[in-house]
Write a protein that binds this ligand. Structure first.
Ligand code: AHG
Ligand code: MN
Ligand code: MN
Ligand code: MN
Length: 336
């Protein structure tokens, strides 16, 4: 029976990646090994997040990070877990984390060919009230076989070979692309395995939802203000869009990917480069959006064409359904 076969033919993330890898006979399984260590980190953070309220993991760690943000205990814990998991994979050479001011250069004996940029815990402001949070990651290959150097992680997002996020919400969902489409996996806690639940995700071409922090409206530039106005008071008699804003990028992007619509974190007078960090927030989410048939724009250019100069550089970002992003691109083009 097809249903039974489906139930017993468990497509785990490991099996899925091995299938993908079999299309690349030259690869020696390094990516699979790297991914299995990222998955291990996600499983650990998922269990820590679920126990946070009980295990006194709520609240501040009493430190502030390079972003000038007060670090939460879970920020620090998640960062340590991912750094350790990635180093122990023996497949990485440079790591960039939101929580570490400097890049981590892996010791020679444990080095591999991948550079991983990651936000160990995204949406930290939502931890203490139990709203969905997540981990975001992007993977580059080191540029050439030489000594790892900072330029290896200052590559445009289009050079990423894979990107993904794990969302710790009502279920633990890992969404991943290795450049051949986007697939979603849900953790089955009884098996401790991520099972393929969202094969070949495609974002609707146009959506009915816009997602932005309206509290920053006073400081928006012209095109952003005009676009949001259009969402609320459409001139062509169409229905206004709904506003959905969770404040965790992972959750807002996951909803946008599945339901369609547009997510905006624009520049404003206070922060001319917006708030979101290029390497481990803007690039991975833009990579996924393009792989799912959507697009991602900075207000000036295609997000994945941006070449970062610093590892914690920020950029405005408009991403989501293809047609919705086209509209805001037209408004910025008219401004030039
Ligand atoms: P992080 O918790 O990793 O620092 O990221 C928080 C980010 C992102 O998750 C979210 O989209 C954005 O901050 C929300 O910012 P505002 O509260 O300014 O809207
Ligand atoms: Mn932060
Ligand atoms: Mn973040
Ligand atoms: Mn974070």
């Amino acid at each position: 029976h097809a249903a039974d076969a489906h139930r017993t033919d468990l497509m785990t993330i490991t099996r899925f990646v091995l299938n993908e890898q079999s299309k690349h006979p030259e690869s020696r399984g390094d990516f699979t090994i790297l991914l299995s260590h990222i998955v291990l980190g996600c499983k650990f953070v998922c269990s820590a997040v679920n126990k946070a309220g009980l295990a006194k993991l709520i609240g501040l760690a009493g430190e502030t990070n390079v972003q000038g943000e007060e670090q939460k205990k879970l920020d620090v814990l998640s960062n340590e877990v991912f750094i350790k998991a990635l180093v122990s994979s023996g497949r990485t050479c440079i790591l960039v984390s939101e929580e570490d001011e400097e890049a981590t250069f892996v010791e020679p004996s444990k080095r591999g060919k991948y550079c991983v940029v990651f936000d160990p815990l995204d949406g930290s402001s939502n931890i203490d009230c139990g709203v969905s949070i997540g981990t975001i990651f992007g993977i580059y290959m080191i540029k050439d076989g030489g000594e790892p150097e900072l330029e290896d992680v200052l590559q445009p997002g289009k050079n990423m070979i894979a990107a993904g996020y794990c969302m710790y919400g009502s279920s633990c969902t890992l969404v991943l692309s290795a450049g051949r489409g986007v697939n979603g996996f849900t953790l089955d806690p009884s098996l401790g395995e991520f099972i393929l639940t969202h094969p070949d995700i495609k974002i609707p071409k146009k959506g009915k939802i816009y997602s932005v922090n309206e509290g920053n409206a006073k400081n928006w530039d012209g095109p952003t203000a005009k676009y949001v106005e259009k969402c609320k008071f459409p001139k062509d008699g169409s229905a206004p869009k709904s506003l959905r804003y969770i404040g965790s990028m992972v959750a807002d992007v996951h909803r946008t990917l599945l339901y369609g619509g547009i997510f905006l974190y624009p520049a404003d007078k206070k922060s001319p480069n917006g708030k979101l960090r290029v390497l481990y927030e803007v690039f991975p989410m833009s990579f996924l959006m393009e792989q799912a048939g959507g697009q991602a724009f900075t207000g000036k250019q295609r997000a994945l064409d941006l070449v970062p100069k610093k590892i914690h550089e920020r950029s405005p970002i408009f991403l989501g359904s293809y047609d919705d992003v086209e509209e805001i691109k037209a408004l910025y083009a008219a401004e030039e």
